[in-house]
Design a binder for this molecule. Structure first.
Ligand code: ADP
Ligand code: MG
Length: 676
C-alpha cells in the first residue's frame, strides 16, 4: 500500500479541509483510514416518526411533503414544512436559516429524512435534520461512522473521503505475519479498516477495533524489545564482602532478592551502563538488594550514591547502612541540604578524593558543589518521587554510571515493561518469610472506642503504633481531625504512654530525633501526618490508624499501611471513615479491606485514575495510541507483549520472509518510547 498518497486526492478534500484534517493527525489517505470514529450512528432500522421518544428521539424514514407555511422567530422569517411518513404520522420540519429548502421540498415530493424529532403539545417537530433523495444517501439500513470534527469538516465530507480511501488503497495488505492472525484470532487488516468505518454490525466494529489496538500495541512492544540490548548469559559471582554481608544477616534472602541481585550484578559486570528498575511491593526488601549490589561496585574500586526523596528516609537508610556495611569496612557519608560549613567541606573532599565509598542523601547529592572521584553506581529510592531532571542531574555526576531505580508502585508487569520501556525490570514478588498479611478494619465513628482498646492491648505487648491524620492544626472549620488536637486527646486515652508529634513543619533534625527514639522503643506511638508515608521501616510497629481514610488515594493508603507488617508480628490497619462517604470512597476502602496485594490495588487505582497519574511525568506525550488504551487494555498489552517476545526470540533481526512485513511496519510507525 502506498503510504504517501496525499489526502487532497480524495473527493471533497481541498486545501482548507486538508488543514483541518492535519489537526486530527491525518495527512495521507493511509492515515485517514486510521482516523478512529468517535461513535457510530446505527441507522439499520428504519425509525418512523412515531418511534421518536425522549430516550431515543432519532427518526430515519421516508416522508412526503404536504404543505408549506411560515412563522416568525428570532432567526427571522422561518419556513415550516408539514410532512407525513409512510404510516401517515405527521411531522413539522422547522427550517431555521434554511429558507432555501422551500424550492427543494416541493409539495407532493418524497424524501428520506434523518434527525432527532420531539413531540411538542401533541405535534411532532424536527429542526435538526438531513434530507436525502434516496435511502442509500440517507444511510438508512447502515451503521455510519461519526468522526471527531474540527474547522469546517462535516461528517459527510469525511465519510465520502474514507469511502474513497478504502477503494483507492485496496487491496489493503496484512500488517502482521499470518500466523499471528490465526493465533490471536484477529481480522485481516483489509477487513478491519472497512469494518472500523462501515461495520455491518456493532460486533464487527468492536472486532476491528480490537485488531487495530492489538496491532498498535504489538508494534510498540516489538520496537521496545528491539531497542533493548540482548541479555547476557554470563555468570557474575558475588564478591567476598557480599557473601560476608549475607552470612551476617539474621535471616535468609528471599529467592526474588537473590535473583534481582544476580540480575543487577550481571549488568554491573557488563560493559553497557545499567538502567534497571527494581519493583517490589512495600516491605519486600528492596533496600537490602541495593546494599548488596553496592558492595559489588565498591569492591570494583568505584563509588556508590544512594538517593532518597526525604531527609527522614535518607537518615534511616544511612543508619541502616552504618549498621550493616560499616562493619565490612565500607566508608559511608551522609549528605543533605542541612549539612553545612566545615563538615560539608570535609564531606565533599572525601567524595572527590575517593575516601568515601558510599554516600547517602537527598537531592542534595546533585548540588553544584558535589563531585565524585569515580561514581560507578547510582541508586534512586522511591524513584517516582523524583523528576526526570533530578535523575539526570545525578547521572551526570558519574561517567556511564550504572543506575538502579527502586519503586513500590506495583503496576502490572506488562504495563511496567511498556511504560518503562528503556529500563530492564527486576521484580520482588515474594515477601520475606514469616510475614503475616496486615489485617485491615474499616472503623466507623461508633466503633472508635473499641479500636482504641485493641491498640491499647498492643501497647501492653510492647508493640508500637502510628496514628495518621490529614492535617497539622485545627484550621477552625472543625470537620477534620488534626494531629495537634489528637496528640492531646490520645495522651488522655493512653496515660503514661510516651508519644510524639511528627509532621512536615518540624525541623528535619527534630523529625529524625523522634524517629530514632521511636525505633529505639522510647516512644509507644507517633501522631503523624502522611510524612511517614514513604519508606519508614520500624519492624516493631504493629498498628496504623488512619483517620479520614476516605481522603487518601489508594496508592497513599497502601504505602501508609506498608509501615506495618514489616516483621513476623501480626499487625493491624484501622481505616477510620466519616459519614457521607461517596460511592467511590466506599469502593476504595473496600479494596483496601479486601486485599493486601499491591498489584491488585494498583490495578484498581489504574481503573480509577488512569496510567498517566501513576507514572508521574511520563504522562504527557509519551505514547500516542489511537486504538489501544493503557488503562483498559491490560489483557491486550499482555498478549501483544508475548507475541512480540516470541518474534524477537525467533528472529531478532526480522530477516525471515514472514517477518518482512514487520520490518517495514516498524520503519513506518512513529511509535517511539520516549527516552528519559
Ligand atoms: P521496601 O522494599 O519497602 O523498601 P525494606 O527494604 O525497607 O522494604 O525492607 C523491609 C524490612 O524487611 C526491613 O526491616 C528489612 O530489614 C526486612 N527484610 C529485608 N529482607 C528480608 C528477608 N529476606 N527476610 C526477612 N526480613 C527482611
Ligand atoms: Mg524502601
Amino acid at each position: 500500500m502506498n503510504k504517501e498518497r496525499r489526502i487532497t486526492e480524495a473527493p471533497g478534500i481541498g486545501k482548507k479541509a486538508a488543514e483541518d484534517l492535519l489537526s486530527l493527525g491525518v495527512t495521507t489517505l493511509r492515515s485517514l483510514l486510521s482516523l478512529r470514529p468517535r461513535a457510530y450512528d446505527d441507522r439499520r432500522e428504519e425509525r418512523r416518526v412515531r418511534d421518536a421518544s425522549i430516550e431515543d428521539p432519532s427518526i430515519s424514514c421516508r416522508i412526503s411533503i404536504i404543505r408549506h407555511s411560515e412563522f416568525s422567530s428570532k432567526a427571522g422569517r422561518t419556513l415550516k414544512v408539514l410532512a407525513e411518513d409512510d404510516d401517515g404520522t405527521r411531522i413539522e420540519l422547522l427550517c431555521f436559516n434554511r429558507y432555501f429548502l422551500k424550492e427543494q421540498l416541493r409539495i407532493g415530493s418524497s424524501w428520506y429524512i434523518y434527525g432527532k424529532a420531539m413531540r411538542n403539545h401533541g405535534t411532532y417537530q424536527i429542526s435538526s435534520f438531513e434530507i436525502k433523495r434516496t435511502r442509500e444517501e440517507a444511510g438508512i439500513g447502515r451503521i455510519l461512522p461519526v468522526y471527531p470534527l474540527t474547522g469546517s469538516l462535516t461528517q459527510k465530507t469525511l465519510r465520502k473521503a474514507v469511502e474513497y480511501a478504502l477503494i483507492a488503497l485496496s487491496p489493503i495488505e496484512d500488517e502482521l505475519p499470518s500466523s499471528i492472525y490465526d493465533r490471536e484470532n484477529l481480522m485481516h487488516h483489509s477487513k478491519a479498516y472497512r469494518s472500523l468505518h462501515f461495520p455491518a454490525a456493532m460486533e464487527e466494529a468492536h472486532d476491528a477495533l480490537n485488531t487495530l489496538a492489538f496491532t498498535e500495541l504489538f508494534l510498540m512492544e516489538l520496537s521496545i524489545l528491539r531497542e533493548k540490548p540482548e541479555s547476557i548469559e554470563r555468570k557474575s559471582l558475588p564478591s567476598v564482602r557480599e557473601k560476608e554481608l549475607i552470612s551476617r544477616l539474621p535471616f535468609a534472602l528471599t529467592e526474588d532478592q537473590m535473583k534481582a541481585a544476580e540480575e543487577i550484578r550481571k549488568d554491573i559486570d557488563s560493559d553497557t551502563p545499567m538502567n534497571r528498575l527494581l519493583q517490589g511491593d512495600v516491605g519486600s526488601g528492596k533496600t537490602l538488594v541495593a546494599w548488596l549490589t553496592a558492595i559489588h561496585v565498591i569492591d570494583k574500586g568505584k563509588q556508590v550514591a544512594f538517593m532518597a526523596p526525604t531527609e527522614l528516609l535518607a537518615r534511616q537508610h544511612a543508619d541502616g547502612a552504618a549498621e550493616l556495611l560499616s562493619p565490612l569496612g565500607v566508608r559511608i557519608a551522609f549528605i543533605t541540604g542541612s549539612v553545612k560549613g566545615e563538615s560539608r567541606r570535609l564531606l565533599l573532599a572525601s567524595l572527590k578524593d575517593g575516601t568515601t565509598d558510599l554516600v547517602i542523601g537527598t537531592h542534595a547529592l546533585f548540588s553544584e558543589d558535589v563531585s565524585f572521584h569515580n561514581l560507578g553506581y547510582a541508586i534512586i529510592d522511591e524513584q517516582h518521587r523524583f523528576g526526570v531532571q533530578q535523575r539526570e542531574a545525578l547521572m551526570k555526576k558519574g561517567k556511564n554510571a550504572d543506575i538502579l531505580s527502586m519503586t513500590a508502585t506495583p503496576i502490572p508487569r506488562s504495563l511496567a515493561l511498556t511504560l518503562f520501556a528503556d529500563y530492564n525490570v527486576s521484580v520482588l514478588h515474594t515477601m520475606p518469610k514469616g510475614r503475616l498479611p496486615v489485617k485491615t478494619y474499616l472503623v466507623s465513628e461508633s466503633k472508635r472506642s473499641d479500636m482504641y482498646k485493641v491498640v491499647g492491648v498492643e501497647f501492653e505487648r510492647g508493640h508500637q503504633a502510628y496514628f495518621v491524620y490529614p492535617r497539622i492544626d485545627d484550621e477552625g472549620d472543625g470537620d477534620l481531625r488534626d494531629v495537634t488536637t489528637m496528640y492531646d486527646y490520645l495522651k488522655a486515652e493512653y496515660p503514661g504512654k510516651p508519644s510524639a508529634l511528627i509532621h512536615s513543619k518540624l525541623p528535619d533534625d527534630e523529625k529524625m530525633g523522634i524517629l530514632r527514639a521511636f525505633r529505639e522503643k522510647k516512644l509507644s506511638y507517633l501522631v503523624a501526618t502522611s510524612v511517614i508515608e514513604v519508606g519508614i521501616d520500624i519492624p516493631e510497629a504493629t498498628c496504623i490508624i488512619i483517620e479520614h481514610a476516605e481522603r487518601f488515594g489508594l496508592a497513599a493508603l497502601h504505602q501508609l499501611r506498608g509501615r506495618v507488617g514489616r516483621s513476623t508480628l501480626p499487625s493491624y490497619c484501622f481505616l477510620v471513615y466519616g459519614n457521607n462517604l461517596t460511592e467511590e470512597a466506599k469502593a476504595r476502602l473496600r479494596v483496601m479491606k479486601d486485599t493486601n496485594d499491591g498489584f491488585r490495588i494498583a490495578e484498581k487505582d489504574l481503573e480509577i485514575r488512569g496510567p498517566g497519574e501513576m507514572t508521574g511525568e511520563r504522562q504527557s506525550g509519551f505514547l500516542h495510541l489511537k486504538f489501544a488504551s493503557l488503562t483498559s487494555d491490560i489483557d491486550l498489552i499482555e498478549r501483544a507483549r508475548n507475541e512480540a517476545e516470541r518474534i524477537i526470540k525467533d528472529d531478532r533481526g526480522l530477516i525471515k520472509a514472514e517477518n518482512a512485513i514487520l520490518r517495514n511496519q516498524l520503519h513506518n510507525t512513529l511509535i517511539q518510547p520516549r527516552k528519559i
